[in-house]
Design a protein around this ligand. Sequence first.
Ligand code: 2AM
Length: 185
Amino acid sequence: MPDPDRERRRVFFALWPDEPTLERLDQIGKQLHALGGGRRMRRETLHMTLAFIGEVPPARIKILRQAAGRVAAPAFSLRLDRLDCWRHNRIAWAGCSDPPLQLLTLVGQLYERLEAAGLPLETGDFAAHMTLLRNVHYARCEPLPELEPIDWPVAEFVLVESRLTPEGPHYGVIDRWPLAQGVGT
Ligand code: 2AM
């Protein structure tokens, strides 16, 4: 008999950086690591979570994909211009000082479609950040270096599966949805 709990999949919706954005973020992670130590996120794992779903039975993936397919939001440019550390979980991250309306619209729509599909998430959960380091020495990160803005052209969002391993999480894209080009930008 298959054990349904063993088959559960840990998933989340995210934005995945293009190559130039990944390269810049990886370099910044290196700089921050020199300051505050901790564990650098591997380059290929850098992302911005839009909605963390958690562990779900495999059948729910189809519902998540259908809900995501109902999102109709425009592509946009995301300016990453802020570095910060969170004391409570010792994460150093890159993000936006002023998240654009298109990002908030995308997240809002995704939450609405998930709720309509019977999978509500806690509202207010979204914090636009990309974890660069975990377990940083918070005090050593101050003052944080200036981040020369990175303009990331966001053209799609993805559903990702996370597999936790001793070397850290491994992420695999389950599906992707393009954002509409040429509107609202
Ligand atoms: P974090 O980088 O701030 O930890 C996969 O774990 C992704 O989902 C990470 O980007 C993580 O954010 C995010 N996430 C959001 N809520 C989470 C939760 N309750 N547990 C684990 N990861 C969560």
